[in-house]
Design a protein around this ligand. Sequence first.
Ligand code: SAM
Ligand code: TMP
Length: 405
Amino acid sequence: MNKCLICNNNFNPFVDFGNMPIANAFSTKKELENEYFFSMKVGFCENCNMVQLLEQPDREKMFHDNYAFFSSTSNYMISHFQKFANSVTKLQSLDQKSFVVEIGSNDGIMLQNFVSDKIPCLGIEPSKNVADVARKKGIEVITDFFDESLAARISKNYQKADAILSANVMCHIPYMHSIYEGVKTLLNNEGVFIFEDPYLGEVIEKTSFDQIYDEHVFLFSALSISYIANMHDLELIHVEHQITHGGSMRFTIAHKGAKNISQDVIDLIKREKEIGLDKNHAYLNFTDSVNKIKNDLIELLKNLKKNGKKVVAYGATSKSTTVTNYFGITPDLVECIYDTTPIKQNKYSPGAHIPVLPYDQFRDSNPDYVLLFAWNHSEEIMKKEIDFMGDQRHWITYIPNVKVI
Ligand code: SAM
Ligand code: TMP
């Protein structure tokens, strides 16, 4: 039995992925000699409805001076965060007297929009290498982990925030109660805390099991977010579906009673109950679906190899670490992975040790099949590669099921 990180209830795992490395630890040969692994199991707490990892590596093993994920590698995401920032400016009528804080500001993909509109803002980003990129864009960043005590310091040294924002960060943080206490301290009376993360409903619906890796300690639903907000005298007041990262939800939280709860929250909670996200059995079929994808993909890759086809992968995503390690995909099945991120290039993928090569070499490699690890960016990537792929080359995707395109 394990204790829920939110409500301390006992719960059991519904899927066991076995030993996993750090998903973003793209490493040199030398670094692989000391590769770190942890046991990756996922469970559902029937009391507060939170889906969570049972064990997570120490945060310093994941977020540090060499963090490999740079937000601005996707043009789509640049435009997504510009729209996100503009919507907050409008919602909160932000101006030069306002104050915006972003938790996990990475390379400044969101805050650059407030800087250009001259709206005071501050980033909190523990991974120094990505924070430095944001600083070069003129963004003020504190290199630290956000929590209750940092929130108290910011609120004393700056001012209370009109908006606290975060994207693809909240689901990374196991000490959630400290975050919500921090938000309560830092948010002004009319302030809003808006964050988005991969949405549990879609992970279950699409079997997008690769959203589960070391960094993603939680998968959120409106049910679980309402529960934790309530524990801290806060309230979920709005939800908005996003197509990013294979299906995300943007949650808006305010001080209890400060704002009206939108009909969208009520409707989403009703739908989550209808599809059974509040019951154990919704999660039991999930493992079977994951294993079907595993068998189908391995069979396909083995057949392609037998027939002498050249298979490479596209996008050295953190998600792909779950896929390669759980499925047992090694370089004899997939020769290499092409990626645009310099820090990942000429290194080896975590656990599976598939070479990661610069994207510039992708077209010259002349592949027959391309396994799309960055399936969440498929529209942007397939559009970019349409002429190169032509009729002779094929994409392989595996969410929600294995497909050759
Ligand atoms: N917000 C960006 C985006 O959506 O592209 C970056 C997301 S990235 C997957 C997660 C970021 O959260 C990393 O840059 C990491 O360093 C940061 N992070 C992790 N724990 C944090 C914490 N407690 N406080 C602030 N940032 C944190
Ligand atoms: P993400 O799925 O976590 O956003 O990571 C996407 C990865 O894919 C990241 O390492 C950058 C890489 N990538 C490319 O190599 N080419 C592209 O066109 C895009 C959009 C991403």
